[in-house]
Write a protein that binds this ligand. Structure first.
Ligand SMILES: [Zn+2]
Length: 252
């Protein structure tokens, strides 16, 4: 039952994240402005803003001007709901604690950063710095700040080297700042798992796109999006992936 409530909560938060992603780009205020159709600017009523259901009822079109609504909206709502539910499930249905609360907020940051990088090839300071600050608070709270700091330096340092060698062609400077946040949140062990998985997802996506003829070698890919997907997976299943990997190479 708790899982269902968390999933519905995730749908609502996902709807909010869609608005955040749009407004970060359009420059509107995230909290004070009413939601409007991006085509006809008609103010949207509550019945137009119900996650998933409005999209289905309206068949993906604006009620007022018939402008088509992006698939991004239901996809992000569902992704947020699914991530929230899986994360809550993984916390073994314990009563909501700070740990889960932080993890849910990190998932929100990862979704916003990942989708924004996918759409605009950009990781915004005003998103990544608050995320980093929250990561510091989380590690101070759980007494693992040194592990977080070390991982932040290793991962951001690793990205920075690639940034400078490639003069920003492989990796953007936003990814270096994103690396600080990821290291701080995951610590050294899970941080390395996360980065490896991020490269793996990126390489796999690149190969599939080349195979489908949609990209060629040297095409730009949103590295931050791959890291975000990896980050969400590791937040949910990190310890298990780590144990599986250690077992695979014979350490565990
Ligand atoms: Zn409209």
């Amino acid at each position: 039952m708790i899982i269902v409530i968390v999933a519905i909560f995730g749908l609502i938060i996902g709807s909010f994240l869609n608005a955040v992603i749009y407004r970060l780009h359009s420059g509107q205020s995230i909290v004070s402005d009413r939601s409007r159709c991006i085509y006809c600017h008609h103010e949207l009523a509550a019945k137009d803003l119900i996650p998933i259901f409005s999209f289905i009822w309206l068949r993906g079109r604006c009620r007022y001007c018939q402008g088509s609504i992006s698939w991004q909206y239901p996809i992000i709502e569902l992704t947020t709901a699914l991530s929230f539910a899986l994360l809550a499930y993984n916390y073994n249905l314990q009563p909501i604690n700070y740990n889960l609360f932080f993890a849910l907020v990190f998932i929100c940051f990862l979704i916003v950063i990942g989708v924004f990088d996918f759409k605009h090839f950009l990781i915004l300071d005003k998103v990544v710095y608050p995320a980093l600050l929250l990561g510091v608070v989380w590690q101070v709270f759980f007494g693992k700040i040194l592990d977080g700091l070390l991982a932040a330096l290793i991962i951001a340092g690793f990205f920075a080297v690639q940034y400078f060698i490639s003069k920003g062609r492989w990796i953007g400077f936003g990814d270096v700042k994103f690396g600080l946040f990821l290291g701080m949140v995951f610590g050294v062990k899970l941080g390395l798992v996360m980065v490896l998985l991020g490269y793996f997802i990126g390489a796999l996506t690149g190969l599939i796109l080349i195979f489908l003829g949609k990209k060629h070698l040297g095409s730009k890919l949103p590295f931050g999006s791959f890291l975000s997907i990896s980050g969400i997976i590791v937040l949910i299943w990190g310890e298990r992936i780590l144990n599986w990997y250690l077992g695979l190479i014979g350490i565990n």
